[in-house]
Design a binder for this molecule. Sequence first.
Ligand SMILES: CC(C)(COP(=O)(O)OP(=O)(O)OC[C@H]1O[C@@H](n2cnc3c(N)ncnc32)[C@H](O)[C@@H]1OP(=O)(O)O)[C@@H](O)C(=O)NCCC(=O)NCCS
Length: 267
Amino acid sequence: MANPKTLDEHREYLYQMVKLQFFFLINWLSGHPKETLSAVLRNRIDIYRKTSINKELLNPAAAKFDCPEWLELEHRLELVYKQYKDNEAAFEEEAFAVFKQTIDERVEKDYKDESRLAGYQCGSLRYNEHEDSLKHETTSFHIANALQPESIFADPQYLPRCFLELMRQTSQKYGSIKLYTGTWLNSLPRWLELFPQEWQDNLSAENTDVQWHYGFWGQFITARGTFNYKYGEIMRQTGKMPFYPKNSSCSFVNMKKHLKEKYGVSD
Ligand SMILES: CC(C)(COP(=O)(O)OP(=O)(O)OC[C@H]1O[C@@H](n2cnc3c(N)ncnc32)[C@H](O)[C@@H]1OP(=O)(O)O)[C@@H](O)C(=O)NCCC(=O)NCCS
């Protein structure tokens, strides 16, 4: 049994993730000179929601980028960037120093926040709900780890059961017959094993237009919810994420057949 992460480990996770994101930011700007620092900070990394300026939970309804506290941080970051543009390590260290206090102020709230699992109807899977009574042929789903500190991959039948439940609920509610998602996990071999050939055949090209959310950044979180140093190091060495999101889809019929044949699970 893995131990749940401690508050100290959570603080360290936040520090490491923010440092990696500053490493990403300076690299991204050097390859995309037309983009502004502010645009990268707001759209491609998720430092905002880790600061005390975010008074909401993990997924704030709207970021308050126009409030004076945030604008002040951005201004100080611009100054650090001007000074250390050509020195990645110094930039990362000084940029982190600018944000450290506001991150420290939120650590405990962030640690206790369990909203990452809000609305997950099928264990570690969540589907988009619809208000109308129309048929929705395709079910889009999202992935979180409801078993933390254990891995969602530890019990090979766990995710297959979550998928069966998701297909059961969405076929009943919306008449769905297809699964769809876009995620970094679609580049991870042990995730892809869960799906039939149709899913492998439908995989899109990698999406390298990095955005702030877990569809990209979730890969740097371990099963325990700590920082994944192994993947962080790959990014530092190569300047690239270990895994980029791809989209894919398949029919419920093929998915159910695959889950039965490979994992022995069925309705
Ligand atoms: C999805 C998720 C549960 C998958 O995590 P996981 O695969 O169970 O994670 P693990 O802790 O097993 O770590 C993965 C790998 O990193 C390695 N690793 C983890 N921590 C490490 C450390 N401190 N040092 C070295 N290696 C480490 C593991 O050994 C494993 O390596 P392997 O692939 O060679 O076996 C997890 O990434 C997560 O919760 N992410 C956030 C949610 C998310 O991304 N959702 C998708 C949104 S679209």
